[in-house]
Design a protein around this ligand. Structure first.
Ligand SMILES: [Mn+2]
Length: 297
């Protein structure tokens, strides 16, 4: 079916909108679009980052809750094409998928009664294009949530090119960029703890790479470090030691040479499990520093 068929088909259905576990701004903003366009209920799986918490608050949404999934006729899944990322859903309920990742779980995609899975830098870009194409009016609140999602899904614009900024201008309209920052940092960070941790940063120069190592208490502190200090300190590699394991941030232009050729090799060679970029239960950053000596600029 095409999108117009989906609009008709869903009219008399009990609909639930949802997104992947560890929900993020792109998934949450997509759900918000879905409620506005199709109506129905929603379920936001528990998030882990403050950015998501801020967006949920300004959109007046709530997370979790006791949802009787089986009551629904049709489930809208956003921002993932992998069944393992929505493993809380019961089987056998018809579903549709709106996603922007490279199609990996083709079986899950092909079993959807409708799918829109074009590659894009954020799912909200696809939703915006669908809306324009089908003359769906989007409120300023939906558009602003798209702006927040685009900002966070492009690693705070680090991977954004001209095209993304053209979309941003349509999403932001008369609002100021600062409102995006106010939204994603709405949830406060523990200032003392963060400053205390970053003051203990260790610095290393390895074959022209500027490397920093710092122990941090949460993913929020990790991203606070990247958002505030990584570029300012002219770092090439940041090794964050989190309670659940090590997470490494690499300057975008080093991703191939440093991340894929050196770090992924090390991680695979040592059989370390990775989840959302975290090397689970791995804390020996010296092994990473040692591996970085293989880097040739
Ligand atoms: Mn996304």
């Amino acid at each position: 079916m095409d999108f117009k068929d989906l609009l008709d088909f869903s009219k008399d259905k009990k609909i639930l909108h949802t997104t992947h576990t560890k929900s993020d701004c792109d998934g949450i903003s997509s759900i918000y679009w879905g409620i506005n366009v199709f109506g129905g209920d929603y379920y936001i799986p528990e998030f882990e980052l403050r950015t998501a918490s801020g967006l949920i608050k300004i959109l007046n949404l709530k997370t979790g809750g006791n949802v009787g999934f089986k009551r629904y006729d049709l489930i809208f899944i956003y921002d993932t094409e992998r069944s393992e990322n929505v493993d809380f859903l019961p089987q056998n309920i018809p579903y549709v998928i709106f996603d922007h990742h490279p199609a990996r779980d083709t079986e899950f995609l092909n079993n959807a009664i409708y799918k829109f899975n074009r590659k894009a830098s954020a799912n909200v870009i696809n939703l915006y294009d669908i809306s324009i194409e089908n003359n769906l009016a989007l409120s300023d609140d939906v558009l602003f949530s798209f702006a927040v999602a685009l900002y966070t899904d492009t690693a705070m614009f680090r991977t954004a090119r001209g095209a993304e900024f053209e979309y941003l201008s349509k999403f932001l309209k008369n609002r100021k960029f600062e409102e995006i920052l106010e939204t994603i940092y709405f949830e406060k960070i523990d200032k003392e703890s963060f400053i205390d941790q970053i003051s203990k940063t260790q610095f290393f120069e390895i074959n022209s790479l500027s490397v920093a190592v710092c122990r941090l208490n949460s993913q929020d502190e990790y991203y606070a470090y990247i958002d505030s200090l990584f570029d300012v300190l002219s770092l090439d590699v940041f090794i964050g030691i989190l309670p659940e394991g090590i997470k490494v941030h690499v300057k975008k232009r080093h991703v191939q040479k440093v991340y894929h050729r050196i770090l992924v090799q090390l991680q695979k060679g040592m059989n370390i499990k990775r989840d959302h970029g975290v090397w689970l239960n791995f804390f020996d950053y010296n092994l990473i520093l040692e591996a970085l000596k293989k880097y040739e600029s």
